[in-house]
Design a protein around this ligand. Structure first.
Ligand code: NAP
Length: 293
């Protein structure tokens, strides 16, 4: 991509891209999660905000969209809107298999291609490691056939981090997805260094620790002065910048169906990353302002 083709960003800063380990392919460091916000009962929401959100995401250089059959109608809604908006070519599609049994897994995987309206899914993950040994051969076969490009595993619970680390070391997987945020830092001591050492990409989910309670904790508290000078005017932007600044993290996938939030989130994926010292300073500041008195 030359400069002319680069999508404009809201603040004219370059999009931060991170390499997928062991490849020469780079991804914009802010992606989009679809849990609950894209689980709509209709295939076109009334006020058009979901389509608008997707448009802003792509216009500002976003690539990876993460979904799962666990998220109700989300794959179908996203697939429908991307097709209607003619945005399919720009997307790095990521989804998951979340069921038990080989036949049920095959059916679910094949349904994801139909819902996304695509012949290629960039990343197929095994959701919460559910029956992973059963699903891996199905996914690997599709990878050999070129229908899937990368294979991943996910989990949301710290208790499963030792297993994630064990599986990362097998080299069977290209990506691991897990919780990582200023409020959920445990992965930084365990899975993240292992993934970095072994050359496995990291997708940081729940970068806002699911949202409302994290934002509530900093309500009425100022974003630190030094952060505003590097483009983090909003708390959301500093939370995201913190996550993508970890050297092991390839991409963070905040969920939003709100176009204004989407723009804020994309802006966090531009400019520069936090230095090691800035990450530590933010941890200290956050712990201080949120400490229970
Ligand atoms: N085991 C797994 O594989 C697993 C587990 C958990 C999550 N995930 C994936 O990770 C994604 C992200 O996790 P999540 O959805 O649980 O939580 P999250 O991204 O940490 O938080 C989402 C919440 O933050 C709000 N938000 C987004 N941008 C904002 C902004 N700029 N300002 C204020 N609020 C903002 C959203 O509300 P608005 O819509 O109002 O913006 C939404 O309520 C999921 O959607 C899913 O794709 C995977």
């Amino acid at each position: 991509m030359n400069n002319k083709d680069k999508p404009p960003t809201s603040n004219n800063q370059p999009v931060i891209r991170k390499l997928i380990p062991r490849t020469s392919e780079a991804l914009a460091a802010i992606g989009l999660g679809t849990y609950s916000v894209f689980d709509s009962p209709v295939l076109q929401n009334k006020d058009g905000s979901m389509g608008q959100t997707l448009k802003i995401f792509v216009e500002q250089g976003g690539q990876i969209i993460d979904s799962s059959p666990m998220y109700g109608n989300a794959e179908n809604v996203v697939g429908d809107l991307l097709q209607k908006l003619n945005l399919t070519k720009k997307i790095f599609y990521a989804t998951k298999v979340w069921t038990r049994g080989i036949e049920s897994g095959r059916r679910q995987i094949s349904q994801s291609f139909k819902y996304f309206r695509t012949n290629t899914i960039d990343l197929f993950q095994i959701h919460n490691l559910l029956d992973w040994k059963t699903h891996l051969p199905t996914i690997e076969k599709l990878k050999d056939e070129g229908a899937i490009r990368y294979v991943g595993i996910t989990h949301y619970h710290e208790g499963s981090y030792p297993e994630l680390e064990k599986l990362i070391k097998t080299k069977l997987f290209d990506f691991v997805q897990l919780n990582y945020s200023i409020l959920e830092r445990e992965a930084a001591n365990t899975v993240l260094p292992t993934a970095q050492f072994e050359g496995v990409g990291v997708i940081a989910n729940r970068p806002f620790a699911s949202g409302s309670s994290l934002f509530q904790m900093v309500k009425d508290k100022p974003v630190p002065e030094w952060a505003t000078t590097i483009g983090c005017q909003e708390w959301a932007q500093l939370f995201l910048k913190y996550v993508i600044s970890h050297p092991a993290v390839t991409v963070a996938i905040p969920a939003t169906g709100n176009p204004v939030h989407m723009s804020q989130n994309m802006a966090a994926g531009t400019g520069s990353l936090l230095s090691d010292d800035e990450q530590k300073e933010f941890e200290k500041y956050f712990d201080h302002i949120t400490a229970k008195k």
